[in-house]
Design a protein around this ligand. Structure first.
Ligand SMILES: C[S@@+](CC[C@H](N)C(=O)[O-])C[C@H]1O[C@@H](n2cnc3c(N)ncnc32)[C@H](O)[C@@H]1O
Length: 258
């Protein structure tokens, strides 16, 4: 199961890597990145670990404020893209390394801060990765997680995650805010503070990123259009802006102390 899922992750993100930095994507929005950075108590002498960092969007946003960032991810193409982006931006205090979130290749208590963004919903089980992030974080220091969350209603959550998986088979499931809070409490993280915001996503651009095929695009589009016509609620909170079909994600940042 895990090996198959790892293959799916590498397949998806090898393909997506070159598009990750495109302007106009929610993923590369400087405003959304600064929202997360603003929730973290960064200090100039910190060495920070960004887990499942991909091309290092969050790590690169953090780098100018700290001594050094290590960006770890399991997909080599994402790391390669990140190295190029960092060089282009003149950021020379970020290092990209290959590794799995569930088995981080670092000693206990090695980092002044450990963060991850938009990754938990790709893990078969987020708990082992959260435990690993806690293990490598220094006692008394912060761990920060930002991810999309599911609707609280279990029926809507199932519908929402089904459509996310249709568009990207490496999506497993977004936690609800309550599940995220519980997972962090179980890991021993204290003083957890959470903040959420709604993110407006352009449906076509979102489906373009994963190269969704025509049939998948048709199904998703029909379901969202159906909801706007008063049919089945999808959990995607669709709306129209001008002629574009849009939908709404909720992004939640949780920060606590080990
Ligand atoms: C949606 S991208 C997010 C990348 C980055 N954190 C960001 O905010 O732009 C998800 C990333 O998680 C990585 N990933 C998924 N499962 C992983 C795992 N078990 N260990 C390490 N990386 C993983 C993928 O390779 C991909 O780069």
């Amino acid at each position: 199961m895990t090996e198959t899922h790892d293959d799916e992750i590498r397949k998806q993100f090898s393909r997506q890597a070159v598009y990750f930095n495109e302007e106009g994507r929610t993923l590369s929005s400087a405003e959304y990145l600064q929202w997360v950075v603003g929730c973290l108590n960064l200090k100039p002498d910190f060495v920070v670990l960004d887990v499942a960092a991909g091309t290092g969007h969050l790590g690169r946003a953090i780098a100018p404020r700290v001594q050094r960032v290590i960006a770890v991810d399991m997909t080599p193409e994402m790391l390669r893209q990140g190295i190029g982006e960092a060089a282009r931006a003149g950021i020379n205090n970020i290092v990209f390394e290959q590794g799995r979130a569930e088995k981080l290749p670092y000693f206990n208590d090695s980092f002044d801060m450990v963060v991850t963004r938009l990754s938990l919903h790709h893990f078969t089980d987020p708990h082992p990765a959260i435990r690993e992030m806690m293990r490598v974080c220094r006692p008394g220091k912060q761990m920060g997680i930002m991810d999309m969350v599911s609707p609280d209603d279990p029926i809507l959550a199932a519908r929402y995650n089904r459509l996310e998986r249709l568009r990207d088979p490496s999506h497993t499931r977004c936690l609800t805010i309550a599940e995220l809070r519980m997972a962090l409490k179980d890991s021993g993280l204290t003083k957890v503070e959470m903040a959420s915001r709604n993110i407006e996503v352009n449906l076509n651009s979102w489906m373009d990123l994963t190269g969704a095929d025509a049939e998948v695009r048709r199904i998703i589009q029909e379901e969202l259009t159906g909801e706007l016509e008063g049919k089945h609620i999808t959990g995607m909170r669709p709306f129209r802006r001008d002629s574009q079909l849009m939908f709404t994600q909720t992004w939640t940042t949780a920060v606590g102390v080990k």
